[in-house]
Design a protein around this ligand. Structure first.
Ligand code: ADP
Ligand code: ASP
Ligand code: MG
Length: 440
């Protein structure tokens, strides 16, 4: 069985939902994972924000505006009065539930419950649409099988066992529909897999049932060779290795949630990235096949801080790096890049929560310099070091951009460079022009 995930824009209007139904009704049984309709999760975040700030009037106004949007969808999507009434009643009960929080004390727990409403709504709306068309579609509640443990890691055994039980409830189903993004945590509370996490849901579900393929349907024809939001003339990459896709997702290619490749890779399930609006295009196939010696794509990760620790004591000393790493570990701050010299070490982090405490502790070991507002630009491909020339082509491309750190050799799959946020766009464009567009 295949698992197909449709993102926010793919289910963002009645028209898009009709398009999705045309796509999935091919006579093959499948699991369909849906995000919230586009804009909904952002609006639910906004509502939560008003509730935190004890502004129930603004929250209610925002809730009413969102409800109005759903009223329009119901009117356009269903053809019978029976379904229009049935679904509108369900939708209203969700909005009444959200409204009920305007009188309560508001905490992170309530926020997560509110955020979960987007996927609960989209899946109910879509399942009923299929049922109105007399398709045997059944809703599998994600909160019955999707769970994370105390560390926020997926509880694979629980997911497998409970998903199988849910599937067994509807043996003659044509289509199973379920929610992306939402889950229970170790305490049985409603939680989520972080923003953009529906991709992760799809890949966990795919791994749990050993799916034949996981398909991520979105608003673009696959992984492009650079970020189309910032760079001109990008093009889709037909094939990526799991590692290449994971690096790109981790380093900012928004088309994929950073963690979603790992479960598919471990279960060796190919992941296809496809365009809902142009289903005939090939998109991107992510699998364990490599294409040797090819630069595939560029991505960028924002919000990076570089920290340099210089010390004469580092010269010929052992144990220096361990002490430095322990400081980051004690503040649960992961390190992205690292470069060393005889007299110093530079590191980059993307979590600034404990930056000041970390700096204070590092000062015990040397002179500390901090650069904020940096970006990691990552060039990905099968870049084995004994093939001469990759790093020189990359550096040649960005010869006019100041580079704070370079990392190469950590894996066969990436060369990373740290640049100022203000240089991000021109660095990415220059890389595309040199590496992919034969401009030079
Ligand atoms: P969905 O709502 O379907 O999950 P997302 O907005 O999360 O969709 O991801 C798709 C978007 O990712 C594209 O519209 C595009 O702007 C952005 N994106 C960023 N980098 C890339 C890339 N390298 N290739 C394709 N899309 C990218
Ligand atoms: N609806 C969630 C979000 O907007 C999850 C997702 O779309 O993947 O982040
Ligand atoms: Mg997404």
């Amino acid at each position: 069985m295949k698992v197909l995930k449709f993102g926010g824009t793919s289910v963002g209007s009645a028209q898009s939902m009709k398009q999705v139904s045309n796509l999935i009704l091919d006579g093959q049984k499948k699991i369909v994972v849906l995000s919230a309709m586009s804009g909904t999760t952002n609006t639910l975040v906004e509502i939560s924000d008003y509730l935190y700030k004890r502004n129930p009037d603004a929250a209610n106004e925002t809730i009413n505006k969102l409800a109005l949007k759903y009223a329009g969808v119901v009117e356009e999507l269903y053809s019978t009065e029976e379904y229009k009434k049935k679904v509108w009643d369900i939708i209203q009960s969700h909005f009444d539930y959200i409204r009920s929080f305007t009188n309560n004390l508001f905490t992170l727990f309530e926020e997560k419950v509110i955020l979960s409403q987007g996927e609960l709504l989209s899946t109910t709306i879509f399942t009923n649409y299929l049922n109105e068309k007399e398709v045997k579609a059944f809703l599998l509640p994600a909160l019955e099988f999707m769970r994370v443990d105390k560390n926020g890691e997926p509880d694979s055994e629980y997911i497998h066992e409970n998903l199988i039980k849910q599937l067994a409830l509807y043996p003659d189903a044509d289509i199973y529909i379920t929610q992306g993004f939402i889950c229970l945590n170790a305490y049985g509370e409603v939680d989520n897999l972080l923003r953009g996490g529906s991709d992760y849901s799809a890949s966990l579900i795919g791994a749990a049932i050993k799916a034949e393929e996981i398909q991520i349907w979105t608003d673009i024809d696959g992984m492009h060779n650079n970020d189309p939001r910032f760079v001109d003339k990008t093009a889709p990459v037909a094939n990526l290795h799991f590692e290449e896709a994971a690096e790109l997702a981790y380093f900012g290619a928004k088309i994929l949630h950073p963690t979603c490749i790992l479960p598919a890779k471990l279960a060796n399930i190919p992941v296809r990235l496809l365009n809902t609006m142009q289903p005939e295009t090939f998109g991107t196939m992510i699998s364990n096949k490599t294409e040797k010696n090819k630069i595939k794509a560029v991505a960028a990760k924002d919000g990076i801080t570089a920290i340099k620790i210089q010390s004469g004591r580092m010269l010929l000393a052992y144990g220096f790096l361990r002490k430095i790493f322990e400081i980051f570990e004690s503040y649960q701050t992961p390190i992205d890049m690292i470069c060393t010299s005889e007299v110093g070490v530079s590191l980059s982090i993307d979590k600034n929560k404990h930056l000041q405490e970390i700096i204070d502790e590092l000062k015990k070991y040397g002179t500390v310099t901090v650069d904020t507002d940096m970006v990691i630009i990552c060039v990905v491909g099968d870049l084995e070091w004994d093939n001469v020339g990759f790093e020189s082509r990359v550096l040649q491309a960005i010869k006019d951009v100041p580079v704070r750190m370079i990392s190469y050799g950590g894996s066969n799959y990436n060369i990373s460079m740290l640049v100022k946020a203000s240089d991000k766009q021109r660095a990415m464009q220059a890389l595309s022009d040199h590496l992919f567009n034969n401009k030079y």
